[in-house]
Design a protein around this ligand. Structure first.
Ligand code: IPM
Ligand code: MG
Length: 354
């Protein structure tokens, strides 16, 4: 199992180090892993002038899976768009065809108290957000900033989805629902957008092939509200790139902390890139404050989806649950009565629990 490890910027290297501790412990236990690291994002720009150097892309292409940290930092905010760290993750997704982004938002019983919503609203919540990742307004052309006749500037982006792009993510949504509670909610804005109208039509067509799944549709504004009102009504939510970006951040917070949420971005053959859904958090970088659990749980998803190692994945997830049950908490999920630990200590505790 060949894994490309791309730590990136900010807290990226600290959280990836904890993920590697876990993988190394499993390798010592007999799992055959081949791990190679490469710079990405701002870290790559600093050494090569390119956030996604050809060598990094090549390593990612040749690997069976990619474990990714996070990219971005204030020192890169003024760079032209093509040089910005975010282009690295967008480029990897596009170049590798990673169109299906799985973002599970599940409340660990021990953390129901850490949510900003009342425990009785979130306890037991278990949602899978399936976000389309290679289309939509993120990649649609034309885009740019142009000068209008009256002399002022106008910015523009294009939201677009082809039928085949909608169809393949819809299939992924139905397949995911089949493995869970068999409820799929498709989120769109078809009361306003043409793109969304086509989205809804195609999802309804695909639904005919999955009579066992209960399909519903929701406008994105309502979905944002329903996630706060009654998150337990959802099983799988399937949506486009931008709506999914926003709703997955919202859903993550219901679980207690964005620092807990892993993700998988898969291509048609289940090759995947695995990353925590949080960003590079430059404000806490290098302070041993970051929560490494989202990265460790991303490594578990990697073993499950790209390597079919369900048992090992379960073992990692059980180790995380055990550490939480023992009361260990990083700063983001710390509450009175629990034991506050740093990033590295949390990683060590998970390894010990394994
Ligand atoms: C995410 C992030 C990225 C996105 C950024 C870093 C480009 O917010 O993975 O959700 O918008 O997709
Ligand atoms: Mg995001």
């Amino acid at each position: 199992m060949k894994i490309a490890v791309l730590p990136g910027d900010g807290i990226g290297s600290e959280i990836i180090a904890q993920g590697l501790k876990v993988l190394n412990a499993l390798s010592a236990d007999g799992l055959k892993l081949e791990i190679e690291q490469a710079p990405v994002g701002g870290a790559a720009y600093d050494v090569s002038g390119d956030p996604l150097p050809a060598a990094t892309l090549k390593l990612a292409r040749e690997a069976d899976a990619i474990l990714f940290g996070a990219v971005g930092g204030w020192q890169y905010d003024q760079l032209p768009r093509a040089k910005r760290p975010e282009q690295a993750i967008l480029g990897l997704r596009k170049e590798l065809g990673l169109f299906a982004n799985l973002r599970p938002a599940k409340v660990f019983p021990e953390l129901a108290e850490a949510s900003t919503l009342r425990p009785e609203v979130v306890a037991g919540m278990d949602i899978l957000i399936l976000r389309e990742l290679t289309g939509d307004i993120y990649f649609g052309q034309p885009r740019g900033v142009r000068k209008l006749d009256n002399g002022e500037r106008e910015g523009f982006d294009t939201m677009r989805y082809s039928e085949s792009e909608i169809r393949r993510i819809a299939h992924a949504g139905f397949r995911a629902a089949m493995k869970r509670a068999k409820k799929l909610c498709s989120v769109d804005k078809s009361n306003v957008l043409e793109t969304s109208q086509l989205w809804r039509e195609v999802v309804i067509e695909v639904a005919r092939e999955y009579p066992g799944v209960e399909l519903s549709h929701m406008y994105v504004d309502n979905a944002a509200m329903q996630l706060l009102r009654d998150p337990r009504q959802f099983d799988v939510m399937v949506t486009g790139n931008m709506f999914g970006d926003i709703l997955s951040d919202e859903a993550s917070m219901l679980t207690g902390s964005i620092g807990m949420l892993p993700s998988a971005s898969l291509d048609a053959n289940n090759k995947g890139l695995y990353e925590p859904i949080h960003g590079s958090a430059p404000d806490i970088a290098g302070k041993d404050l970051a929560n490494p659990l989202a990265t460790i749980l991303s490594a578990a998803m990697m073993l499950r989806y790209s390597f079919n190692q369900d048992q090992v994945a379960n073992r990692i997830e059980a180790a995380v649950a055990k550490v939480l049950a023992r009361g260990l908490r990083t700063a983001d999920i710390h509450r009175p009565g629990t034991q506050r630990v740093g990033t590295a200590q949390m990683g060590d505790a998970v390894v010990a629990a394994l």
